[in-house]
Design a protein around this ligand. Structure first.
Ligand SMILES: Cc1cc2nc3c(=O)[nH]c(=O)nc-3n(C[C@H](O)[C@H](O)[C@H](O)COP(=O)(O)O)c2cc1C
Length: 153
């Protein structure tokens, strides 16, 4: 690993599951590259790999929910973060309710923020999605900090 990569890896991120629905099918993608982009209006960004399964569906659904995970939610993060995208639509053991946007709000989350997709910006091999915040739920608990060792490939 070169020094640039070593330096970049010192940026701290949380761990999130971005959920959405298209044609009655629920989707979930574990994401670490989530940030706040604006205060007024409240906007968040999510960076999604262009080749990710479910990426096109995310754009088409136009709304999504950023579920913020806590330390006790590692299994959920792993479930929706597998390298082959197999569990993208697998919600059979996942407890959730439908949010205002229709997106799944996971019971296993410390907070959830529903967004409307308002802009997308090309960023190399990823696309940065800007979501304007529609609604938010705050549950008890501390947010998880992304640690690469928790996700052996
Ligand atoms: C902790 C963690 C963080 C991740 N963060 C992102 C992310 O920010 N953006 C992204 O596109 N994929 C991210 N991924 C990868 C996706 O969750 C998932 O592995 C991918 O969608 C699998 O489908 P694929 O086979 O199409 O790559 C992350 C995975 C893990 C485990």
């Amino acid at each position: 690993m070169d020094n640039i990569e070593k330096a970049i890896r010192k940026i701290r991120n949380g761990v999130f599951v971005v959920t959405y629905v298209l044609d009655g099918k629920e989707y979930g993608i574990t994401s670490a590259w989530v940030n706040r982009a604006s205060f007024k209006p409240n906007m968040l960004t999510v960076s999604i790999g262009k080749n990710r399964k479910g990426y096109e569906e995310l754009l088409d659904s136009e709304v999504f929910c950023i579920n913020i995970l806590g330390n006790e939610h590692l299994e959920v993060a792993r479930h929706f973060g597998g390298s082959d995208g197999d569990n993208l639509n697998d919600f059979k053991d996942i407890v959730f309710k439908e949010g205002e946007s229709g997106s799944p709000i996971l019971k296993e989350s410390v907070a959830a923020i529903e967004c409307r997709l308002v802009k997308k910006v090309d960023a190399g091999d990823h696309v940065v999605l800007f979501g304007e915040v529609m609604d938010g739920v705050d549950n008890e608990g501390e947010a998880m900090v992304f640690n690469r060792e928790d996700f052996p490939s």
